[in-house]
Design a protein around this ligand. Structure first.
Ligand SMILES: C[S@@+](CC[C@H](N)C(=O)[O-])C[C@H]1O[C@@H](n2cnc3c(N)ncnc32)[C@H](O)[C@@H]1O
Length: 424
């Protein structure tokens, strides 16, 4: 039970699973040397032995020194067994991973290239719980786990996530448009989205950026400043009606301004009028900035006459500049125009000269996740590697990465050829 005292149960929960039931102990099958940096795959040192049969590590010693990435074959839940071998390449994941991504079989009863998706519900939930516990051990204090599912099982897994990571560790339950046309073969509604659940290892220390530069719309900044930088005018008044001089007295104070020149002062000055924050109906409001902040950043403030509901009045605005590096928070619905779809993902595989994997994720989606959750050089782990989209995104963004896939044929025929081709 987690510290919030929340727990869930289901038939068979906690029953031991026979060793090897979900795949063998992981073997390092291929390494990308650190010197390869973000470049494409010809530098991969792939195992000489067949990952299907070999009991010995395929190429744990093929390269010494630090590696940028590793492909493992085996059961993702047993990744810690490969920790010592990965450690010798600077990729030891336990307690050091910034992003753990899980894109498991969704348990919808399908059968795909190389894997089945039809476990009894309670068994599947236990299988997911085991991997969430592993993810928790892998994560650094600043890290996050991202679990990709659809609406068939997501609500049950949310409960398990709450228990494993803690209710207060919840960050987001994102909706990702995966099939913009909708699956017309579905019985009632044409399914078109996935769920992407994000939890922190430690909500006090988590390092996650919720926004990206590409989400900033330049047309939101219509004015041009004297140095050529675009800006917009934001009311300095707090527009949230919950805040007023009674609830937030320290944010209620007079500013002074001249609507003809635009000049603003915290203290009274010749030619300036006193301005108190008010809502449109002239009821008292409060500023968004404290008096000290207004004094420090007075150059960013502008005095203007506005035509309000109750006639013209003088108000204060913040000149909000579109500086380089500015980011905007992402919305919790991610559209396929921004992050691609399953069709896009399949086209990306074909463009890399690879076929035969039906459930890849699009590269733009994985790039977005990796960018939000990690910084350069951070370690990314994918416990259900599939076609290797996470490896491609992490490699292209200069992160270190470890991906593990149970099916050796998928590694041999899809993942490695894709990495070697250098992605799309
Ligand atoms: C939905 S796919 C992942 C797709 C991947 N995100 C991509 O972009 O290609 C799930 C993958 O997990 C693999 N898998 C299933 N159980 C596994 C396990 N216990 N350990 C490692 N991989 C597993 C399956 O073979 C399949 O390739």
């Amino acid at each position: 039970m987690n510290p919030a005292g929340f727990s869930v149960t289901w038939p068979g929960r906690g029953e031991p699973v026979p060793p090897g039931a979900h795949g063998p102990s992981p073997q390092i099958y291929a390494l990308v040397p650190a010197s390869a940096g973000g470049s494409a795959g010809p530098t991969i040192t792939a195992g000489s032995s067949d990952p299907a049969g070999s009991a010995a590590p395929a190429c744990a010693s093929a390269t010494t020194g630090s590696a940028a990435g590793a492909v493992l074959v085996g059961d993702g839940a047993r990744i810690a067994e490969a920790h010592p071998a990965l450690q010798t390449h600077g990729l030891g994941p336990v307690g050091a991973t910034q992003l753990v991504y899980l894109d498991p079989p969704y348990n919808r009863g399908g059968s795909f290239d190389g894997y089945h998706d039809n476990m009894p519900r309670h068994e599947w939930l236990g299988y997911i719980e085991a991997r969430l516990l592993v993810a928790r051990d892998l994560l650094a204090d600043t890290g996050t786990v991202w679990v990709h599912l659809d609406d068939a099982e997501a609500h049950r897994v949310r409960c398990v996530l709450d228990e494993v990571f803690g209710v207060e560790a919840f960050i987001a339950d994102l909706t990702v448009e995966s099939n913009p046309k909708g699956r017309q073969l579905d019985r009632f509604f044409a399914g078109s989205h996935d769920r992407l659940m994000v939890y922190a290892r430690n909500p006090e220390k988590v390092a996650l950026v919720g926004g990206i530069a590409a989400a900033v719309d330049p047309s939101d900044f219509p004015h041009v400043d004297s140095d050529g930088v675009n800006y917009r005018l934001l009311p300095l008044r707090n527009t949230n009606k919950r805040f007023n001089p009674r609830t937030t007295p320290t944010m209620s104070y007079p500013l002074h301004g001249d609507p003809d020149t635009g000049a603003v002062s915290v203290d009274p000055a010749p030619g300036m009028v006193e301005i108190l924050p008010v809502f449109g109906d002239l009821t008292p409001a409060v500023w968004r900035w404290s008096r000290d902040r207004a004094r420090e950043r007075v150059d960013e403030l502008v005095c203007r006459t506005v035509r309000g509901r109750s006639g013209p009045r003088v108000d204060i605005y913040q000149r909000d500049r579109h500086e380089a590096g500015r980011i905007k928070k992402l919305k919790s619905i991610w559209l396929s125009q921004e992050v691609g779809s399953t069709d896009t993902a399949r086209a990306e595989l074909r463009a890399a000269g690879v076929d035969g994997f039906r459930t890849p994720k699009p590269e733009a989606l994985m790039r977005r996740i990796v960018e939000l959750a990690t910084g350069p050089g951070d370690l990314v782990v994918d416990l259900f590697a599939g076609s290797g989209t996470t490896a491609v995104a992490a490699r292209d963004l200069g992160r270190r990465w470890v991906v593990i896939e149970r099916n050796p044929d998928t590694v041999r025929n899809v993942l490695l050829p894709r990495l070697t081709a250098g992605g799309t």
